[in-house]
Design a protein around this ligand. Structure first.
Ligand SMILES: [Zn+2]
Length: 200
C-alpha cells in the first residue's frame, strides 16, 4: 500500500493536458523479483516513475529555470529521472552563462546524469516544449517519457515525439508560462537568438 505521504504526492494529477494518457501502471517495476523499488518519497515499494506525479518532476525543472532567469540566462530548465523516480541529473540552458549555445536545459540535465547503459523508462521533465535538437536527443537515447511544463510560448516538437512513441505529458503549467513570457518580453533579441530566429 502507498504510504500516506505517497498518496499526497500522487494526488496532484491536476488538469494535465495529455497527449497520451498518464496511465499508472502500478508497481510494474516495484514488483520485479518481489523487491521494493525506492521511490522519490521513500521505500513504499509502490513508487515507480509510472506513478510519480509529473508535477513533482516538473518542480525540479522549474527550479532550474528560475535559477537561469536569476543569472540573466534563458529560463529553461530540465531534469532526468530514472524508472523508480530517482533524480539522475538536472540542469538549465547555459547559452548566456557559459557562452555555449549547445547547452539547452535538456542537454544539461542529460549530461549531468552521466553515462547510463540504457534510458528506457527514464523521464525527462522540461519547463518548455523541446526544440528539434533536444527532441533528437530524446529519440537518440530512447528516453521513454517527456513531461513538459508548457508549450504556449514556444511550440517545440513534442507532437513529433508523441508520434514516435514517446509518452508526452503537457502540464500547461502557469508558472512556466509566466516565466517564459516575462523573459521574452524583457529580452526578445536573446530569445530570438536561442531559437535560431536572428537573421544574418
Ligand atoms: Zn532544446
Amino acid at each position: 500500500m502507498p504510504s500516506p505521504g505517497g498518496e499526497a504526492l500522487l494526488s496532484r494529477a491536476g488538469d494535465a493536458r495529455r497527449f497520451s494518457p498518464w496511465r499508472p501502471r502500478r508497481a510494474r517495476d516495484a514488483g520485479r523479483n518481489g523487491a521494493s523499488a525506492p521511490g522519490l518519497i521513500g521505500d513504499s515499494g509502490e513508487m515507480t516513475s509510472d506513478t510519480v506525479d509529473p508535477a513533482v518532476m516538473l518542480d525540479v525543472a522549474l527550479e532550474e529555470a528560475r535559477a537561469g532567469y536569476a543569472e540573466g540566462g534563458i529560463p529553461v530548465g530540465a531534469a532526468l529521472f530514472s524508472a523508480d523516480g530517482t533524480l539522475l541529473g538536472r540542469g538549465r540552458n547555459r547559452r548566456v552563462q557559459d557562452g555555449d549555445p549547445s547547452t539547452h536545459g535538456e542537454t544539461a540535465a542529460f549530461r549531468a546524469a552521466g553515462r547510463r547503459p540504457s534510458y528506457r523508462d527514464t523521464t525527462m521533465a522540461t519547463t518548455l516544449s523541446p526544440c528539434w535538437y533536444c527532441s533528437g536527443l530524446i529519440l537518440q537515447f530512447g528516453i521513454s517519457r517527456v513531461v513538459i511544463g508548457e508549450a504556449r510560448t514556444f511550440e517545440g516538437r513534442h507532437e513529433f515525439l508523441a508520434g514516435r512513441g514517446v509518452e508526452v505529458v503537457v502540464l500547461d503549467n502557469a508558472e512556466c508560462a509566466e516565466l517564459m513570457t516575462a523573459f521574452i518580453r524583457e529580452q526578445p533579441r536573446l530569445w530570438q537568438e536561442d531559437i535560431g530566429a536572428v537573421g544574418g
